[in-house]
Design a binder for this molecule. Sequence first.
Ligand code: BYC
Length: 324
Amino acid sequence: MYTSISDGIEGAPDGGDARERAFDERLDRALKIEPPDWMPDAYRKTLTRQISQHAHSEIVGMLPEGNWITRAPSLQRKVILLAKVQDEAGHGLYLYGAAESLGTSRDELVLALLSGKAKYSSIFNYPTLTWADVGAIGWLVDGAAIINQIPITRCSYGPYARAMVRICKEESFHQRQGFDIMWTLAHGTAEQHAMAQDALDRWWWPSVMMFGPPDSESTHNVQSLRWKIKLFTNDELRTKFIDQTVPQAEQLGLAIPDPDLRWNDETKHYDIGPIDWDEFYRVIGGNGPCNKDRLQARVDAWEDGAWVREAAAEHARKHGSDAA
Ligand code: BYC
């Protein structure tokens, strides 16, 4: 049976400290923290930040791929892409739900995105110029997402961990469909192969950057690891992604655009060339190739959808919340 951290502690003479001890003990025993539980304000704040940024990334992430729904090369590819983009919308909704359980309303979270205050993943500020980019996003971006997100299924906050279980299952399907597109192109005509290589050339480094700044520059790594919001550092996950993806590129017959890439027999990991962190900070600072377009698309969608929100609210007022 679920027992709240506050059970038997609230009102005790040293209530505050006892709650903090109970919270720490729960983390030590790998038990989940649930919405009614007492938690430090900073834990609540950092979780709300990360989960809402994650939700925004899913929603903004629909845009680059949505751009290709009308131009998918076959009916089958179109149906698969439609399903994938709809999955991303679902992921956004579970994640907004998890963030709301920490006490911030959905409207506040969305308005933080629309005002440019809240971040979303750097990766979605790059353009999708060809059909191969849809393959590269599935293969690399969803591949990176899985590596980042599987550990989150074991994070300390219950609603986030549970949302991530289903999301990861769907991301696995997304990664496979991306690899399948790349496989088809890489084994097609010389022109198609070149298109797949060009997509890899443009998406490789932004995908490597997705894991966040190097550990030496990460603001939240240490505390988030202590709180088990993160289970691995940015660099640990980045290394895992590179180790997993390089052999996949070899299978595809495509070249990773890094002349310094080589297997290191001592570390048992790949060594890579320098990452252009100036580019990363430019993109997360709002000056990537598509930042303005992405935000404008979300603002337009919010404004165009105002009548739906008003109609739903009116319906709920007239018929009670059950009918809403
Ligand atoms: N982009 O202290 P750090 C998807 C920010 S959805 C932008 O290491 P943290 C998918 C960071 O927020 C992919 N900003 O931060 C969807 C912080 O700034 P603030 C999204 C970034 O949070 C559709 C500052 O840099 N996945 O996969 O401990 C289709 C310092 O960083 C980025 C998630 O959100 C970035 N890449 O670690 C296909 C997963 N990286 O907030 C696919 C959950 C860092 O202090 N999130 N920043 O102003 C996480 O695991 C962590 O938040 C991160 C960053 C590893 C991303």
